[in-house]
Design a protein around this ligand. Sequence first.
Ligand code: URA
Length: 433
Amino acid sequence: MRMYDLIKKKRDGDKLTAAEIEYFIQGYTSGKIPDYQASALCMAIWFRGMDAEETTALTLAIRDSGDTLHLAPTNGLRVDKHSTGGVGDKTSLVVIPIVAALGIKVAKMSGRGLGHTGGTIDKLEAFAGFRTDLTTAEFESTVERIGLSIVGQSANLAPADKLLYALRDVTATVDSLPLIASSIMGKKLAADDDCIVLDVKTGSGSFMKSVEDSVALARIMVDIGRRAGKRISALITDMDRPLGNTVGNTLEVVEAIETLRGNGPEDLTELCVALATKMLVLAEKGDEATCRENVLRVIASGEALQKLADMVEAQGGDRVWVTDPSRFPKAAHTHCVRAPRSGFITRVNAEEYGRAALLLGAGRNTKEDVIDHTAGLRLIAKTGDYVKEGDVMVELFASDPSLFASASVVLQNVTEIGDRAPASRPLIFDVID
Ligand code: URA
């Protein structure tokens, strides 16, 4: 086989065979296929798409590109969740400790920032010393010992996704239904969880802008999971505005800690409670009402917060930062974006809010970029709020004050102010079981 022929075949809209997809994934993982040919194939897939058979073959090839996890049998089912990516989406930092506090083992593999969205791994690295690069053996033993662990793709699980994820991030090939579905499900199948809850975002800050596309993505992933023998559900959730009030790594970690203390923003808290409840229901921990009650109980008791502290300590960070977030380094400079007129905030473009955080240093423009964990933004006014001319709408944080000008222009251009309050959007649009 020749990579050139695969690229041409997909470019011309033809279907790739499972053998051709395996050839690509194995060749790219081993370094025999260069980045430029992998980029060209991803772009051809972006334009031409893949059918269900090709998407399943790509998922299985990604799963089989490295190890699969083998944790000792536990007294219960192993459960995981995964988001398709959003702006201000720090739910994993809240949800994983909650379910671990309720006795469920979670071995989670997460990603770094992708496109305009943030990633759990970059957020966790805001804790000085936190290791996201555990080996497969360290990952397994941490989960056995403390009941939870979140790692990047250092453990040799789905290494093809690690390479493709970084490549897609900088080649405008993220927002492709088969590439997202295979990336997420390849990782989930390699981690060999019994139950999976997918948080499929929809709206301006998501890779899938319409509810129809988000439902289509959810159905493909649920179908792949079910065929692999997993219990799997997907929640279609709002990403037309940033989730919670902060965007940027340290800011989001601190907000997640506040949420685990019971003081989080309403939308973030409600979504985390819904996701954790779904995970518990799939793991047969009771009916929905009982599971929800238990979720609220471990937040109120502080047990979930302690689980986050256990994980931070086990992976090389200082657990005191969880109980005293004032220890996180702060950005050297702040700047306020003010309302140009009085009125209701009728709409924000969440993707552009993500891009503004990126401009401030919170994300990467090339694979090699180093991110600034202290950079980001805090929404002082959100969609539906009334602002008076000159009120602060957004507070910006950066290490270099020259970055404020371009981020402010972006935010002012994408925050719409009108005379009437906008219709409210649901937080959860649909559940696909
Ligand atoms: N999350 C992933 O893991 N992969 C994607 O492609 C998008 C979101």
